[in-house]
Write a protein that binds this ligand. Sequence first.
Ligand SMILES: Nc1ncnc2c1ncn2[C@@H]1O[C@H](COP(=O)(O)OP(=O)(O)OP(=O)(O)O)[C@@H](O)[C@H]1O
Length: 612
Amino acid sequence: MSERRAREPQTETYDLNADDDEYVPYVPLHKRQQERFARLTSRRVESERDKARREQEEQEEREDEEREAEKRREKQRKERTLLMEAQEVHSKKAAEDAKKTEDQKADEADAEILAAIASRRKLASDLELAKGVSYTQALKSTWTPPHYIRDRSEAHHRRLREKYHILVEGEDIPPPIESFADMKIPQSILSFLKASRIVSPTPIQIQGMPTAFAGRDMIGIAFTGSGKTLAFCMPVIMMALEEETKLPFVRGEGPVGIILCPSRELATQTHGNIVAWTSALEKGGYPHINTLLCIGGISMGEQSHIMNKGLHIVVATPGRLIDMLEKKRFTLNNCKYLCMDEADRMIDQGFEEDVRHIMSFFVRQRQTLLFSATMPRKIQDFAQQSLVKPILVNVGRAGAANLDVLQVVEYVKQEAKMVYLLECLQKTPPPVIIFSENKNEVDDIQEYLLLKGVEAVAIHGSKTQEERQYAIKSFTSGAKDVMVASSVASKGLDFNDIQHVIIFSMPKEIEDYVHQIGRTGRSGKTGIATTFVNMNTAEQTLLDLKYLLMEAGQKVPAFLQSVEDPRVAQGGSLKGCPVCGGLGHGIANCPKLEDTQRRQMASHRGSDMRGD
Ligand SMILES: Nc1ncnc2c1ncn2[C@@H]1O[C@H](COP(=O)(O)OP(=O)(O)OP(=O)(O)O)[C@@H](O)[C@H]1O
């Protein structure tokens, strides 16, 4: 006890020197117990919390795994569905493909090639293309058909079109009209036409003229010699007459219309026609219509009397027209009518860029017309997107031969051709045209004929303008009996009453053949075409020829009959080629396509070299 007491004061006494760290304060037992209990409790709480947390985490992990597993299952389900769908699509396509005929497959292949080569830009001016200008409505015209024709039913128009085998495509098509008088053509022109034995309109005129008079853009396709020239000249003459009557043209004004031709000869001929028809008008008391011939090879000085007055109509070849426009000899500010004769050739054979350049001189919407005897589908499609609400007027298959021509195809060995030619010339009286594909051959034939005493002239691209004009003039006047020509003279030229066309070397492209035989059998008369073929003629060309003869109901000689179509054995499509219209081959073998591509490549190379 005493010990306890003796220690008690020590504990009471404060040793100020003692180290603080060593100091352990006294904690009463119950407090220590409380603290221990608290520690134990808190440890238990903590461990319970840990446990709960762990359980929670485990639970979450399980749920995550469950979700992952569900996701995997879902993904697998989707993959299975997709696979099934793909298999279904695949088997459907396979079934469809199996159902497709060889023809359909060939059509699809053709369409692919067509799409690949259809990279042409719209036929519009660069300015319009750049500004995104596109016209949606046809030009307004003051011309209307007489009320008794307007009052006719659509069924009546349809019957008329059927009667003349006229096919039309497009919206709001003007009615066909069977008489020039009902087209409201002035009497003085009607009398002049009558004197030239043009009394009633041909099918292309019946539908094409009302369409053009109504201001509509159009594509006119009709046989060689079927009167297309009148169909596209009369509307521009009437337009010029109307404008001149409203307000006479003074120097520097005009033209209202342009007719573009692919060759000087064709332009000269069309110009001659317009001058004849407008002179007839003038004689009937109407105002003078001033028409300019704008072609290479003639000096504009010769036509200064025309340039010194207001200008109504210009007939031109593209190159010279561009030259005149660039030199500002006249403008197209008031020009409302643009017609292209032999339009497929204009667009397809290297003039496309020229045409586009000419378009860039127009400052307002124009009426655009494309005419030709051959118009492959490719060009038709292209033209359709370049014109405004166009109307297609088609008389007979584009590229088909004129049925008024008797077509004779003869097998003549190369070395026998010249001699046989002489014999062949005896078939009919003159005038006769002989075509050859080659300039040198044209000269050789002319020389041979001259030696044999035949009055022959020759025309081809390397002749001067004077030589060409002399040849045409002396042949047209009847001073010369025979004209030997390369294909430059084949398209569009209208010589009087050609009796016989001899094709000395068969052209590679069947379109050229159609144009060449079309120099005879014009304006309702009949004519003969004799064509020499031999082992130098490509089999495919012979096949095109064979089908063309069959289509025209002509005699197919035995050696042509024996030419077999490889497409028959391959089970392929026997439809005509959409590029050149030839019936004996498909687009994949088209000779024209090869040529076109060659030309395109050449022009690219040319522009690369010029650096433009
Ligand atoms: N309605 C008609 N009746 C009789 N002859 C006509 C008629 N219209 C035009 N002709 C004559 O028919 C001939 C051929 O006409 P045109 O030169 O216009 O034919 P085309 O269709 O342009 O031929 P191509 O495709 O070969 O150029 C011309 O001599 C022309 O005077």
